[in-house]
Write a protein that binds this ligand. Structure first.
Ligand SMILES: Cc1cc2nc3c(=O)[nH]c(=O)nc-3n(C[C@H](O)[C@H](O)[C@H](O)COP(=O)(O)OP(=O)(O)OC[C@H]3O[C@@H](n4cnc5c(N)ncnc54)[C@H](O)[C@@H]3O)c2cc1C
Length: 384
């Protein structure tokens, strides 16, 4: 065995498939049971970038998704909290068929797991949790809850924002609570969305309505905690009316299709993504505010970079040596830092109550909208 991947969320499952494509034998340790079969529409929707779609296509996973349940994002409208402050993005103008694709989280997880189960290079240990991690000159050794001992030259922490591997590896984490929760729900809309993702930066949080097939949208409302509680307590008709008003009536009357659920939000970034014989990917390495819809995309870019670095190691067999892992970390630092700065910066800017900041942030948004160079740079980054 060449590597142990702890965690088979979207990023861990992708890591196991990518390492297999790089010629490695992998054991996957996952605490949770397989993702359940769907009931109606999933309330967790992901904006998958064109770059992430390519990765999923290379695994043969994208092709297994039901195309009728995927919506391409053809345009984006981002509104400030003053009338007229907005920036628009357009797929055609950016030279891509779509800015992103909205996909159900459950469907993506099931398709990835189906490929994992069929992959010859992957051994799955489902319902298992590691109890201890020891790292020596030759191996990382994991002991599982049932006493099983696993040994490999490399262990990969893909076990999410509360990563056990990160803690067991003694890697510090920088964290900041946002005192916000993301409230998600799906709605049917009276007016067509035209394939456009809409987002409103408000003093009380960020509201996004992402287009879904037919006349439906997926809401992510990152709201202050008291506001999030209020949204969760509303009956369906009151919630639909609140979202209709907050979205400036842009999609007409709304009707709840999937009831509201909430997720706590915080920023957590690992001080280092690697140690000898250990690498972190996905939320285990960086857990961001979802306002840019980039967490999974960033994690998939970690996966691509790790697999490429390991595949390019030359005649050296050992995939766990620090110089090699540092190469992976260096290749990821800039992208992660840029995404942390963008999401955390926008959150701070739009949650500020300081006099003058509101006028400045709205003027900045309008100005960015009129600078085609800046706009295409932003669009290119989001597409990666
Ligand atoms: C409201 C909201 C909307 C979002 N929208 C988007 C979006 O549109 N686009 C986007 O790119 N990102 C989005 N994100 C971010 C995205 O959800 C995360 O970045 C992504 O789910 C991280 O995936 P992961 O596989 O790294 O971690 P996780 O999904 O947390 O998976 C971790 C896995 O590890 C397992 N595990 C944990 N501990 C252990 C253990 N000790 N032993 C074994 N297994 C373990 C868990 O069971 C789980 O399966 C959004 C986030 C939120 C909150």
């Amino acid at each position: 065995m060449d590597a142990i991947v702890v965690g088979a969320g979207l990023v861990g499952a992708a890591a196991a498939l990518a390492l297999g494509d790089a010629g490695l034998q992998v054991t996957v340790v996952e605490a949770a049971p397989p993702p359940p079969a769907p009931v109606g529409w999933d309330s967790r929707m992901y904006a998958i970038s064109p770059g992430s779609r390519e990765l999923l296509q290379s695994f043969g996973v994208w092709q297994q998704l039901d195309a009728a349940r995927i919506e391409p994002v053809l345009g984006m409208e981002v509104h400030g909290d003053r009338p007229g402050a907005r920036i628009d993005f357009d797929a055609l103008a950016s030279g891509v068929p779509a800015l992103a694709y909205i996909v159900e989280g459950g469907a993506l997880a099931r398709a990835l797991w189906a490929r994992l189960a069929a992959a010859e290079h992957v051994e799955l240990r489902i319902g298992a949790r590691p109890q201890s991690l020891a790292i020596d000159a030759a191996d990382a050794t994991l002991q599982l809850g049932d006493g099983t001992i696993l040994k490999a030259p490399l262990v990969i922490g893909a076990d999410g924002a509360d990563s056990w591997v990160r803690q067991a590896g003694g890697i510090a984490v920088r964290s900041r609570g946002y005192a916000q929760r993301a409230v998600v729900a799906n709605f049917r809309t009276a007016l067509g969305h035209g394939g456009v993702a809409r987002q409103w930066f408000r003093a009380d949080g960020v509201l996004a309505l992402l287009p879904l097939p037919g006349s439906m949208v997926s809401m992510v409302w990152s709201a202050d905690e008291t506001h999030a509680d209020a949204l969760l307590d509303m009956d369906a008709a009151t919630l639909a009316q609140a979202v209709r008003e907050a979205s400036a009536e842009s999609l007409g009357a709304l009707e709840v299709v999937t009831p509201a659920a909430a997720f706590p939000l915080q920023l957590r970034v690992a001080a280092s993504f690697v140690r000898p014989r250990l690498a972190l990917v996905g939320d285990a390495a960086h857990n961001l505010h979802p306002l840019a819809g980039q967490g999974v995309n960033l994690g998939f870019r970690d996966v691509r970079a790790l697999a490429q670095t390991l595949a390019a190691r030359g005649p050296e067999r050992d995939v766990g040596v620090l110089p090699l892992l540092r190469r992976f970390e260096r290749s990821r630092r800039e992208d992660v830092a840029a995404m942390v700065a963008a999401t955390d910066g926008l959150h701070r800017l739009f949650s500020s109550r300081l006099p003058g900041v509101a006028a400045l942030r709205n003027a900045g948004l309008s100005l960015a909208g009129r600078l085609p160079g800046l706009k295409s740079l932003l669009a290119q980054h989001a597409a990666a």
